[in-house]
Design a protein around this ligand. Structure first.
Ligand SMILES: [Zn+2]
Length: 275
């Protein structure tokens, strides 16, 4: 396994552990804490203007005071490491002539090799690193065992069709539900689930980070996944993440953004296995 993936996974794991240590916080707050920590790190490295930093600070003020320290301390430092390792990985991999992590056949073989079988599969359109680590932490605090796999799916253009157009060679429908079906068959799962909730929120309310966080119903999404999982094992994954852009309009959430931006996670999809 290559060093870059390992360092990314280690950073993600540290974030999950820190979040899980906060105890039984409502998932919306947990999510906001990690979202703001990652964005704060992204704005520092970008580097962003005072206006953008102020917009984020306003949002941080809505986090309960006793947890605000995480966003400027422990989680922030971990988020800085995460973004640096993510950017290094993307840059180095894109230099290679063949991007094997962008190939579904490679991913299918990898998942079969590393997981063998799971009971359930959930595919969340446009889920991104903040949501995936929040789910992992929440499952961990419920005494489940979350593992973020070392390999990732890379989506160079950050849009669903980059993945779904590859489904043709597997004789699957070229829609995200076809991907969920493919993963179900690959891992001998009993059931699969696909939702567009996060993608719809990004498209409908993607104007500002505040509206995004206020409209995304993390609680409902988590309950759905938890009910689906029961006591069974599950693989949770996505097709791409989202980007956070800083421009004259402020900070907003989008995916497949072509320019430079503080958070460019639409290029990556994680595999989170819960046992
Ligand atoms: Zn979309």
């Amino acid at each position: 396994m290559n060093q870059q993936n390992k360092s990314l996974t280690t950073n993600l794991e540290e974030i999950v552990n820190t979040l899980a240590e906060t105890g039984d916080l409502p998932i919306e707050i947990l999510h906001k804490i990690v979202f703001c920590s990652i964005l704060k790190a992204g704005l520092l490295l970008y580097p962003a203007s005072m206006q953008h930093k102020q917009e984020l600070n306003k949002l941080i003020q809505t986090i309960p005071a006793s947890y605000r320290g995480l966003v400027t301390g422990k989680l922030y430092l971990r988020a800085l490491k995460l973004i640096k390792s993510f950017e290094k990985m993307i840059k180095d991999k894109y230099r290679a002539a063949l991007l094997k992590e962008a190939n579904l056949q490679y991913i299918q073989n990898y998942l079969r090799r590393s997981l063998g079988k799971v009971d359930k599969v959930a595919v969340l359109d446009c889920a991104s690193i903040p949501e995936m680590v929040t789910f992992a932490a929440k499952f961990k605090s419920l005494n489940r065992h979350p593992i973020i796999l070392t390999e990732v799916f890379l989506n160079p253009i950050g849009v669903t069709r980059f993945l779904t157009q590859q489904l043709r060679i597997f004789n699957q429908r070229t829609a995200l539900s076809g991907y969920a079906q493919l993963l179900r068959e690959t891992l001998n799962a009993k059931q699969h689930y696909k939702t567009s909730l996060i993608d719809l929120t990004v498209h409908e309310h993607g104007v500002s980070i505040e509206r995004f966080l206020n409209s995304l119903n993390m609680q409902a999404l988590f309950e759905t996944i938890k009910d689906l999982t029961g006591l069974d094992s599950i693989l949770i994954t996505h097709d791409h993440g989202y980007d956070i852009v800083a421009n004259d309009y402020g900070l907003y959430v989008i995916h497949g953004y072509k320019g430079e931006c503080p958070i460019n996670f639409s290029k990556i999809a994680l595999f989170l296995a819960i046992s």
